[in-house]
Design a protein around this ligand. Structure first.
Ligand code: NAD
Ligand code: DAU
Length: 360
């Protein structure tokens, strides 16, 4: 039986920590805690290990390249590091890619989450009663599992029905159901967070906001899908990270927590805001001239919006940024980190841009 870790040896295990949200989480975690973190990541196209260069030599940080679908590897890593908690970010995360290749999403998001849960169950059962009681597994999920809202529908909350519409959201829904089942069947202390659209530093430029910023700077088209009136509820990434920390420390096992930014906005407005900020910080061009309307995404969800009052009421969380402050910070980050942008625009990236945009 494993011994409970002493305070000085406590650590957490994060999956997908070289991706957008995971890397922000690791950096914020190490800035705020003495507690160590091990980052388990397969380093897919979406990962950029340079993002964590600033902590690579920090004795509180460890990195392990591994696939969450590999049960033996997950078991071995849990045994090796004996974390007090797992925060599971690793996933295939881009809706458009799920339309072109759904099975990668089924594998990583459903099988990978199931595999990690199963490895964690064995580990959790091996702990002493005290350590098992303190152990937590946070599964990081999305609001997209609830489907789409009409213009006047109430926001999603913890009682919303699961109605996923894309292969991505269906695979995340499957992973949420597995997380729920591990609590109900085995009593494993699993919690699920369902968050709205994130934006901020270090987001791979396949998602709307970083794609528009980097294309605008490069003088390329700004491709808005359909009429551009689809609404998303935008949340600055460090606010998502703070919500996950709150759930990890104070959330009730077996429960869902919805996380949002109270910042519903149509895509067209988001793109125009980016153009205005670029005109302010890198003047000399009318960036709106680069906007084009292209064929819509198949099955495109029209509106997402989150009622995060449970998180506010029970765990005293609310976002620190509003959209105006967060988007300006984000635009400035991309202007100041063109090297980072160049480093992620590999041949594979260019191939993806061709696949997704050339036929539209
Ligand atoms: P991302 O695509 O930027 O990063 C995913 C990371 O997971 C990458 O580092 C990748 O290498 C790693 N990974 C992928 N497959 C793996 C595997 N089989 N084994 C180990 N590692 C693997 O994703 P993100 O935008 O940072 O999202 C992180 C999580 O948050 C996902 O679970 C996503 O569903 C969820 N989420 C994202 C958003 C958003 O707006 N981006 C909003 C709500 C929830
Ligand atoms: O809601 C949370 C989800 O938000 C996360 O679970 C996903 O991982 C994340 O990718 C995001 O999904 P979206 O599909 O909403 O994000 P994306 O950035 O791809 O698109 C945002 C909106 O912008 C969406 O309505 C589609 C539109 N869009 C996107 C791209 C890439 C465009 O109009 N043009 C584009 O080129």
């Amino acid at each position: 039986m494993q011994q409970p870790r002493t305070e000085s040896h406590r650590m957490i295990l994060v999956t997908g920590g070289c991706g957008f949200i995971g890397s922000n989480f690791v950096l914020d975690w190490l800035a705020a805690h003495d507690e160590a973190v091990v980052n388990v990541d397969l380093l897919t196209y979406a990962a950029n290990p340079d993002t964590l260069a600033s902590v690579a030599n920090d004795p509180r940080y460890a990195f392990e390249r591994a696939d969450v679908c590999d049960l033996d590897a997950m078991r071995a890593l849990l045994k090796k590091y004996a974390p007090r908690a797992v925060v599971h970010f690793a996933a295939e995360s881009h809706v458009d890619r799920s339309i072109h290749g759904p099975l990668d999403f089924v594998r990583t998001n459903v099988l990978g989450t199931g595999t990690l849960l199963e490895a964690a169950r064995g580990y959790w059962k091996s702990l002493s009663a005290q350590a098992a009681g303190e152990f937590r597994f946070v599964h990081v999920s999305t609001d997209e599992v609830f489907g789409t809202l009409g213009p006047t529908d109430p926001k999603f909350d913890e009682h919303s029905q699961y109605q996923p519409n894309s292969p991505y959201s269906a695979s995340k829904a499957g992973s949420d159901h597995l997380a729920r089942a591990y609590f109900h069947t085995y009593g494993m202390p699993v919690m699920v967070t369902n968050c709205s659209n994130n934006y901020g530093p270090r987001q791979f430029p396949e998602k709307l906001i970083p794609l528009m910023i980097v294309n605008a700077i490069a003088g390329k088209p700004l491709p808005i899908y359909g009429d551009g009136m689809q609404i998303r509820d935008w949340l600055y990434v460090s606010d998502h990270c703070s919500a996950i920390r709150r759930v990890l420390e104070g959330g009730n096992p077996g429960e869902l927590y919805l996380v949002g930014g109270d910042a519903e906005m149509p895509n067209r407005d988001v793109v125009h805001t980016i153009c205005s900020l670029l005109a302010k910080h890198r003047p000399g061009r009318d960036y709106t001239q680069q906007i084009t309307h292209v064929t819509d995404r198949p099955g495109h969800d029209r509106r997402y919006a989150i009622d995060f009052s449970k998180l506010q009421r029970e765990l005293a969380w609310k976002p620190a940024e509003n959209f105006a402050s967060g988007i300006e910070k984000t635009v400035l980050w991309y202007l100041q980190n063109e090297q980072w942008v160049a480093s992620v625009q590999s041949g594979d990236y260019r191939k993806w841009v061709e696949t997704n945009y050339q036929q539209r």
